[in-house]
Design a protein around this ligand. Structure first.
Ligand SMILES: Cc1ncc(COP(=O)(O)O)c(C=O)c1O
Length: 397
């Protein structure tokens, strides 16, 4: 087949369904909601089959027909491998014998799943001549943006909380980004960025305020489907801050379903947050379609979920309801325990957000929301090495 055929047809407003007019680079919709990329899925199904796909390199751009920019020559890539599903037999036994594996996103460039979204977004922005990008970030998105911007020859500016994991801040600087440390969490970073923007030529890469990071995160869902022989797990636990990955995976599953590529049912999607910042959990438990009030007092060291009110709250909640999933808040004590236990028992170093997913899995097993025979996937969204390591053991000298 033609290597440079593009199957994306248009952008659609996620709130109104209206086709988006206007010219690239694209931000949010006219109604102020996230934009979604739509495809001619019949044409994808006619152009690609599972065998041809299986023969391609085990990397993100193997899914190019499902992505908006399939010309290999124009792609900004740092080598994004398919990430493995790592069994956690020791922890499964400890939790009374469930079936749980971790999708290890720590293997991606810059050590987190943020690479997927930034690979797509920076590729698309470069193709339309953008030269300066900026983002408010909990840490990892800024590091990933800085790396891909460096690769694309763009100037990058990052707004990051003063207390973000130090490695993510230094990393962004190392990749040549201008780094502003802000007193507050990601919303304060966003405000600081917006105040500065009028004097700059920056393109705003904030979570869900442009359409392409979702498409990059969608590849997590495409990979899961392919890795399972086009049969999806029963339940997926995802650490939810802005929710790009949860929304992206659900979009991937719907697209594959529309193409008739999936065997068996869609998985239940579970949003994992913290008792110290759980706006989606609160909204879900109240049966709401959106987060009513931003979370007031944020108090958690699970930095990836420190978002008071996600911009994509409606899309996150929609995916939870449609998938008959749910939302779980865990506390930092459980997260630290899971992280240390998994590292010691299974030799696998979860990041705090990944450990939160395992803690949520344990809770869901405990309260019967899932069963021991359910195949669960937890997302280890970054390498454990990107966050401070708790001092849990005495070091012998
Ligand atoms: C390690 C980690 N996990 C999870 C998240 C939350 O990701 P999302 O915005 O897709 O919900 C972040 C975001 O900062 C993160 O850095």
């Amino acid at each position: 087949m033609d290597d440079d055929r593009c199957f994306a047809t248009h952008l659609e407003c996620s709130a109104t369904g209206a086709r988006h007019a206007g010219e690239a680079p694209y931000g949010a919709s006219a109604a102020g909601a996230p934009l979604l990329v739509r495809y001619d899925l019949d044409a994808v199904a006619a152009a690609l089959d599972k065998e041809a796909l299986a023969a391609r390199p085990a990397a993100l751009w193997r899914y190019r027909e499902f992505l908006p920019y399939p010309d290999p020559a124009g792609v900004v890539s740092l080598g994004e491998p398919m990430t493995p599903l790592v069994a956690l037999p020791g922890m499964a036994a400890r939790l009374g014998g469930g079936r749980v594996v971790a999708k290890d996103e720590g293997r991606l460039p810059t050590g987190s799943f943020k690479a997927r979204g930034m690979a797509l977004a920076i590729t698309m922005l470069k193709s339309v001549g953008v030269t300066e990008v900026a983002v408010p970030t909990a840490g990892n998105a800024g590091a990933a943006m800085a790396a891909y911007a460096a690769r694309a020859g763009m100037a990058a500016t990052v707004f990051v909380p003063m207390d973000a994991p130090e490695v993510t801040v230094r990393e962004a600087g190392l990749h040549g980004a201008r780094v502003h440390q802000v007193d507050g969490i990601i919303d304060a970073c966003g405000r600081a960025m917006v105040e500065t923007m009028p004097e700059t030529g920056w393109f705003d890469l904030s979570t869900l305020k442009e359409p392409y990071r979702i498409e990059g995160k969608k590849t997590m869902g495409l990979e899961l489907a392919e890795q399972g022989g086009w049969r999806l797990p029963d339940v997926i636990f995802y650490p939810t801050g802005g929710g790009t990955g949860l929304i992206g995976m659900w979009k991937a599953f719907r697209e594959l379903q529309a193409m008739g590529w999936l065997e068996g049912p869609l998985p239940r999607m579970v949003a994992v947050q913290s008792t110290g910042c759980g706006p989606v959990v609160r909204a879900f438990d109240a049966g709401l379609r959106a987060v009513a009030e931003p979370w007031a007092e944020v108090d958690t060291e699970v930095h990836g979920v420190r978002v008071r009110k996600p911009f994509g709250d409606r899309l996150i909640l929609e995916a939870l309801y449609e998938s008959q999933g749910f939302a779980v808040a865990v506390d930092d004590g459980e997260v630290d325990e899971m992280r240390a236990a998994t590292a010691a028992v299974d030799g696998f170093h979860l990041c705090p957000e990944g450990a939160a997913c395992l803690a949520a899995y344990a809770r869901a097993l405990g309260d019967g929301r899932i069963g021991r025979s359910d195949q669960a996937v937890i997302f280890n969204s970054a390498s454990g090495l990107k966050s401070p390591i708790p001092e849990v053991f005495d070091v012998q000298t």
